[in-house]
Design a protein around this ligand. Structure first.
Ligand code: GLU
Length: 303
């Protein structure tokens, strides 16, 4: 069972189209199922209009999925129950540190890192979130306790990678201070809930896979097979983002672009070259994930 898990925080672009097509081709070309999940937990950044737009854009590309769309925000009681379980066993603990405080506590060589390492300030400090609140006047988030040592991600596409989660990010957040579950926790619970066995996604999430493996083990969830594929970059080597409006799927659709132009660009980037552009479904018999180059791909400036 494969899955597609967009975050509805903006328009999808060519980079998303590539990851999702590769995931879809990988599942469907072998007769597999694929489920859809909207990762809509990111507070006000997730807007309902982006949910509809993303589903529409993916259908326009020729992608389909099995069963209903799971909105991640409907899983809140399940996430809270899992967090409680981890708190109860001591695998996690309440933490009142703000992002600013964690940054300020960073050691010099770490300063400026995208994600500061958590120095363990609240480890062993509070028995419960209620106690943290009464002692400090602050709502507590929840951190997962990470033991020293390396975590091996045996990626089916990107190969074997070792991560020292303890040294690089330390005890990581699984429950945010506003009460919402953090991405790392929600993703493993929902992958298990939806019966996902294969995860094809961008390789910016490869380091996250190590954290997700730790959580799967702690929660007794089955480990999925990971396939992290290279991202699409712009001509300056930066990953595609909102600023690349010309490569937004909605914009291209509204401009009357033939979806086969995009799909065939993605197919070519995956090592499939055909005489004329085909639809997503027509590429299925030609697709083989092992033929996808292991290097990042540069986006065209327009279609
Ligand atoms: N929702 C995440 C994103 O759009 C993907 C999460 C995942 O594939 O695990 O970046």
């Amino acid at each position: 069972m494969g899955r597609l898990a967009p975050s509805p925080t903006g328009s999808l672009h060519l980079g998303h189209a590539r990851s999702f097509l590769l995931a879809w081709w990988h599942a469907r070309s072998r007769g597999g199922h694929i489920v859809m999940r909207m990762e809509d937990l990111d507070g006000p950044r997730c807007e309902p209009r982006f949910v509809d737009q993303a589903l529409f854009d993916l259908e326009w590309l020729g992608i389909d999925w099995d069963g209903p769309v799971l909105l991640q925000s409907t899983g809140l009681p399940r996430f809270a129950e899992a967090i409680d379980r981890l708190l109860h066993t001591g695998a996690a603990y309440p933490c009142v540190c703000s992002r600013g405080e964690i940054r300020a506590a960073q050691s010099a060589p770490q300063r400026g890192a995208a994600e500061p390492r958590y120095p363990g300030t609240c480890r062993g400090r509070f028995a419960t979130a209620a106690q943290a609140l009464s002692a400090t006047g602050r709502e507590a988030g929840v951190r997962f306790r990470v033991r020293p040592g390396s975590v091996v991600v045996d990626d089916r596409f990107a190969g074997r990678h070792e991560f020292d989660v303890e040294a690089s990010v330390g005890d990581f957040l699984i429950g945010r201070r506003d009460g919402a579950p953090a991405y790392q926790l929600a993703v493993v619970l929902d992958d298990a809930q939806q019966g996902v066995t294969e995860i094809v996604r961008g390789d910016d999430l490869l380091p996250s896979a190590a954290r997700q493996l730790l959580l799967q083990r702690a929660l007794g969830l089955p480990a999925a097979d990971y396939y992290h594929v290279p991202l699409v970059l712009d001509d300056t080597g930066r990953r595609l983002a909102k600023r690349h409006d010309d490569l937004g799927l909605s914009q291209l659709r509204e401009r009357g672009t033939d979806p086969r132009a995009l799909v065939s660009w993605v197919a070519a980037s995956a090592g499939i070259v055909t005489g004329e552009p085909l639809s997503a479904r027509e590429y299925l018999p030609l697709f083989e994930l092992t033929r996808v180059p292991r290097t990042s791909v540069i986006a065209p400036t327009r279609f």
